[in-house]
Design a protein. Structure first.
Length: 98
């Protein structure tokens, strides 16, 4: 059984037992329930599947690798360098119910 869930403005295809990294959630550790389920085993919602739930367990919160944001305008002497590390939550999918 698989499902497509929406969290943090992104969509993820998940199966039971999957460990995925999503945008940071307000939970350090513990149970999380996603009710924005777009599809469960071929049943497509409009926009969400009625009564479908995906339960997950939050494992940890971390930061991704640093990326460099460099802005430059030729012949103008404009240079701006900035770094960014995006925070994420690592979750494990425990149950999918339709």
């Amino acid at each position: 059984m698989f499902a497509v869930i929406e969290t943090g403005g992104k969509q993820y295809i998940v199966k039971e037992g999957d460990i995925i990294k999503v945008e940071k959630l307000p939970v350090e550790q513990g149970e999380i329930e996603f009710d924005k389920v777009l599809m469960v085993d071929g049943k497509v919602g409009a926009p969400y599947v009625e009564g479908a739930r995906v339960k997950a367990e939050a494992l940890k919160i971390g930061k991704a690798k640093k990326i460099i944001v460099f802005r430059y305008k030729k012949r103008k002497g404009y240079r701006k360098k900035q770094g960014h590390r995006q925070e994420f939550s690592e979750i494990k999918i425990t149950q999918i119910s339709a």
